[in-house]
Every structure is written in structure tokens, then in C-alpha cells.
Design a protein around this ligand. Structure first.
Ligand code: AMP
Length: 425
């Protein structure tokens, strides 16, 4: 198989790392790729949201499968462009990507199909939105409707804070057109877990769950980020929880999406709150979580290539269940100082090869570039992902931090408490 991976982050590097181990894969190209992916094959400088150019590339290269990493590529209609030219694609159509691209669509869809989620209302008018808060209990959850890189959610303890968030999104357009509408929903207390299923439009295969850390600093403090670390397995996500999630959330969604003429192909990522009544949906994403994907790839024993191809072709029902390694895995994100607001770009990173020597450690590139001088530089917010496995979660955590200690990058920072919740148990 010749495979094109679309995207440039740690998630895509991890997918490439896993696919490159498949005996079925003869060639792996990526667009735009990164210095890590470059070790497996050509990287071609086309942006992930340039759907037409990517479809032309897939045709020209006669690839057997395109794997979509980021939501931007799905939302830009890459799967639709590829369908037109007959190239199998693992990733959702633009219409199916609405599950992530519009929180209002997602909430209304859940209401139509009985998927358990928080009570909500959609507004485009600030006065009505503020009036609605009068009848609800704090904390108030205010969300921009559209894609806002994981930052479009405000949880306000007071009416004043909630009113300010409404004004910032609807009037000041803090998130641009993503904030033309807002969703206000009830706060769900509990512990969160991320759950993933591979879908082919009709059939879903469950993956394992992971837990991530959204806040920038130790102790779950500081601003929300795309994710500072993740670990798997997630101890609260029992087999019973998995079965309930498949039965109440994933399968009704798959059936509902098909019935509405938007069959879902790709990874359905359910952000869940684990409540006493079972799992409740916080959000859907239409792609692998980053950094959860990196953690999952370290635990997956099965060959990924035939499964992704089967999902793209509607053949998942014929696939055997996936085999997972019982050893826990962890990912620590090494971010550039200033992230998430204004990450410092261009600083030099040294010592990666030495760090990668640590037993059970694999390092993924999330936002790096290699300049003509051969030096590796930070090129974004979340720059490196240090992943490790271990006999115990503590062993995996120790290995990951041991590797980080060998990296020479004064302009980076990371959380020192990844997996604390699970370790405290
Ligand atoms: P989202 O982008 O919708 O996943 O929201 C980002 C984060 O906000 C989630 O990971 C939760 O920690 C939190 N959150 C969102 N919605 C709720 C809710 N209804 N109740 C409690 N926490 C929430």
C-alpha cells in the first residue's frame, strides 16, 4: 500500500510511525508533514486544508489510501474531493465533519437521536443568551459554535463572568466567525475521558480510552490548551463504560448520521464526562485526539494499515477486533514558552537522539522544522511529544521524564504531573 498522511503534528507523526511498521505499506508520503515524518518518506509542502491540491497529489501519486489527521482537512472537504476521484480516504466528509465543526449541529443532532449530553440552548443574540442564564445554575458553560482550536469554551462561575464571555464571543468576535452563534449548556460534574471508535459509515470498532490534561500548568492550572499530555488506559473507563458508550453514544450517532445522509467515516472521538448515570457526551471530534493518538499508537499491537483501509472502503465488519498491549502508555507534551497565547518560535532544540535512547521511549515531532543548517527548531506551540510505555504507569511516566531531561531546549516547558490523577489512585 502507498499511503498519504495529511497533517503536520504529533498525531500524524504517530500515525506514520505506526503505519511504517506495517508489512503491507510500501511507501508513506505526508503533506505537509514534519521532520519526524520525513524519516519515513517524502514530505510534500501542501497545507492540510488545500483539499483540491491534496486530491490532485493523491491522484498523481496513485496512492491507495489517504489518512486525514486534522479536522481542518475534513472541514475543507478533502474526503469529498477524494471521493470524486475515487481515492479511498480515512476521514469524514465535510457534511459528517459538522459533528465537530458546529457545536449547535452536534447538540441538535444529539437531541434528535437521544444521545446523552448536557441540557443546552443555542443563541445568536446576546440579550436572549444572558436572559437564559437567569434560569440556570452556575457554573455556566458558554461555547463558540465553530472551530476555535479547542479554546472556544468558557466555564464561568458567576453571571458576570458568563455575561462577559457572551459579549466577547458574540460582539467582540474573539473567535471570529466561529462565534456567530453560541451554545450555552449545563455544567456536567465528573471526571473526563476521551474515547475513540473507528467508523466506516455503518460499523464502528471501539479503540481504547485515554485521559488528557487540558490546562497548561501543573495542578490543572493556567489557560486551556489543545492538550499537555495523555495516558492510557484510563482507569475510570471500565469495560462496562465502554459498552455503554458504544450502545448509547457511538452506535446511535452512526445510525443517525447515515439516516441524515451524512454517513460517518473516520475516527469518532467522544469527549465524555463519566457521571453516576453513565457516560455523557461533552463534545464530538471527527479525528484522533492530539496527544491521545500518540498514546494510543504506543499501545496498539494490531497492524493499523488494513483497518484504516477497511474503514475507508466500508469493510470494517469483516475486521477482527484490535489487539492492545496491556502496558500503559503516556505522552508528555513539550511546549514552547508562551504557549498557548504566543509561543516563542525558532529556538534551537538539541539532544533528541540521546533522549530517544531511553528504553521504551519514542519521541514525536509536533511543531518543529529543520533548517538548512541542519538544526532542529521549534515552529509552533506544542513542539515535541515524548511518549513512553512501561510495566506500570509510573514506569512509563518515569521513562518519559527521564528522556525529557536529556533534551537540551531552554525555551520549552512541560507539565511535571502528567497522569497524576491515575497515579494518585
Ligand atoms: P469542549 O471543547 O467542548 O470539549 O470543551 C473543553 C473543555 O471544557 C472540556 O474538555 C471540559 O473540561 C469542559 N467542558 C465543556 N463542556 C462542559 C460541560 N457541559 N460540563 C463540564 N465541563 C465542560
Amino acid at each position: 500500500m502507498k499511503i498519504l498522511i495529511v497533517g503536520s503534528g504529533g498525531r500524524e507523526h504517530a500515525l506514520g510511525w505506526k503505519l511504517a511498521q506495517s508489512p503491507l505499506v510500501t511507501e508513506l508520503i505526508s503533506a505537509p508533514g514534519n521532520p519526524g515524518l520525513a524519516e519515513f518518506g517524502r514530505t510534500i509542502l501542501i497545507k492540510a486544508d488545500a483539499a483540491g491540491d491534496l486530491a490532485a497529489l493523491a491522484m498523481r501519486e496513485q496512492v491507495d489510501l489517504v489518512v486525514i489527521g486534522p479536522e481542518a482537512a475534513a472541514a475543507a472537504g478533502l474526503a469529498d474531493s477524494l471521493a470524486k476521484v475515487g481515492v479511498p480516504c480515512f476521514g469524514p466528509s465535510k457534511a459528517a465533519a459538522e459533528l465537530e465543526a458546529s457545536k449547535a449541529f452536534m447538540k441538535e443532532f444529539c437531541a434528535r437521536h437521544g444521545v446523552p449530553t448536557a441540557e443546552y440552548k443555542v443563541f445568536d443574540d446576546a440579550i436572549r443568551a444572558k436572559a437564559y442564564l437567569g434560569g440556570r445554575e452556575p457554573p455556566f458553560v458558554i461555547k463558540a459554535d465553530g472551530l476555535a482550536a479547542g479554546k472556544g469554551v468558557v466555564i464561568a462561575e458567576t453571571r458576570r463572568g458568563a455575561d462577559a464571555a457572551i459579549d466577547e464571543i458574540l460582539f467582540l468576535r474573539k473567535f471570529g466567525t466561529a462565534g456567530q452563534r453560541i451554545v450555552i449548556e449545563d455544567f456536567l460534574p465528573g471526571e473526563e475521558a476521551s474515547f475513540f471508535a473507528l467508523c466506516d459509515g455503518d460499523t464502528a470498532i471501539p479503540l481504547v480510552a485515554a485521559q488528557d490534561h487540558k490546562r497548561a500548568y501543573d495542578g490543572d492550572k493556567g489557560p486551556n490548551t489543545g492538550g499537555m499530555g495523555a495516558y492510557s488506559p484510563a482507569s475510570i473507563f471500565t469495560d462496562e463504560m465502554r459498552d455503554l458508550t458504544m450502545e448509547r453514544i457511538i452506535l446511535p450517532t452512526l445510525t443517525g448520521m447515515k439516516a441524515e445522509g451524512r454517513p460517518f467515516v473516520g475516527v469518532l472521538f467522544a469527549g465524555l464526562m463519566i457521571t453516576p448515570e453513565g457516560p455523557k457526551l461533552i463534545e464530538f471530534n471527527v479525528r484522533f485526539g492530539d496527544p491521545e493518538c500518540q498514546t494510543l499508537m504506543r499501545r496498539l499491537d494490531s497492524d493499523l494499515a488494513p483497518v484504516l483501509l477497511a474503514a475507508a472502503k466500508g469493510d470494517l465488519a469483516q475486521q477482527p477486533p484490535l489487539a492492545w498491549n496491556q502496558r500503559p502508555a503516556v505522552t508528555v507534551v513539550y511546549a514552547a514558552q508562551g504557549y498557548p497565547d504566543e509561543p516563542l518560535k525558532g529556538s534551537i532544540i538539541r539532544g533528541l537522539a540521546d533522549a530517544a535512547q531511553v528504553k521504551d521511549v519514542v519521541i514525536f515531532h509536533a511543531a518543529t522544522r529543520r533548517d538548512d543548517d541542519g538544526l532542529l527548531r521549534a515552529d509552533g506551540g506544542r513542539v515535541l511529544n515524548i511518549t513512553a510505555t512501561g510495566d506500570t504507569l509510573q514506569d512509563a511516566v518515569n521513562a518519559a521524564y527521564g528522556a525529557i531531561n536529556r533534551i537540551d531546549w531552554p525555551s520549552g516547558f512541560y507539565r511535571r504531573d502528567i497522569a497524576w490523577r491515575a497515579l494518585a489512585k
